[in-house]
Ligand binder design. Structure first.
Ligand code: GRF
Length: 218
């Protein structure tokens, strides 16, 4: 079984979706062995605990230096001997040393079609730019913020009358579809990374381009 550690900072809806997918056998031979947060009030911790998944908190505020926090975090993560570390709304910038330590086994989901809109407020910025397509990206993490080889993306339309909330909800629904799929691919050993490109062995054609069904739902 591939061992997965998930890092969160907040509500943890992607984490919850991954737990659900794991229980439903949708992650292949992968199990979530721990959920860790950088703040004790991360709501997702309660969801994980309710699913009997070990949780832990490494308070970033207890570490004045980013390097020290990252070291403490890595020590806690490594105690769970993960094959894959999944960032799911983990709101800390990670040091290069941390990222290098988990090279090729650290993934993130970002609520935009990268490389557009790295950083915060992606939905507001997408609306301000008037883009017609928006979406989410699962990628391997590199030391650059919201950057790295792309594993999967899902696009959604930006509709007339959208506000941040409506657009965010449409993107989030896709995040919940794409992240379990990407984790499954990893767990099945189907991802190869060469020259900055991720290839997925044996992906079905319908999985090759992840895009929502346009059935009028928003
Ligand atoms: C998601 O939009 C994710 O893409 C971003 O942070 C948000 C986390 O939401 N990195 P949740 O905690 O998974 O509900």
């Amino acid at each position: 079984m591939k061992r997965i550690v998930i890092l969160i900072s907040g509500r943890g809806s992607n984490m919850a979706r991954l737990i659900e997918a794991s229980l439903a056998g949708e992650l292949g031979q992968a199990g979530i062995v721990a959920v860790l947060a950088n703040r004790a009030d991360a709501a997702g911790l309660r969801i994980a605990a309710a699913a009997n998944i070990p949780t832990g908190v490494i308070e970033h505020r207890a570490y004045p230096r980013r390097e020290d926090f990252d070291q403490a975090l890595a020590a806690t993560i490594d105690a769970h001997a993960p094959d894959l570390v999944v960032l799911a709304g983990f709101m800390r910038i990670l040091t290069e040393g941390f990222v290098r330590h988990y090279e090729g086994r650290l993934v993130n989901i970002h609520p935009s079609l990268l490389p557009l809109f790295p950083g915060l407020d992606t939905h507001r910025r997408a609306l301000a730019e008037g883009v017609r397509l928006h979406g989410c990206t699962v990628h391997f993490v590199t030391p650059l913020l919201d950057h790295g080889p792309i594993i999967a993306q899902a696009a959604v339309p930006v509709l007339d009358g959208d506000d941040e909330e409506r657009l965010a909800a449409r993107v989030l629904a896709e995040e919940h579809r794409v992240y379990p799929l990407a984790v499954r691919w990893f767990a099945e050993g189907r991802l190869t990374l060469a020259a900055g490109r991720v290839r997925v062995a044996g992906a079905q054609r319908e999985e090759a381009l992840i895009a929502p069904l346009l059935n009028g739902e928003t």
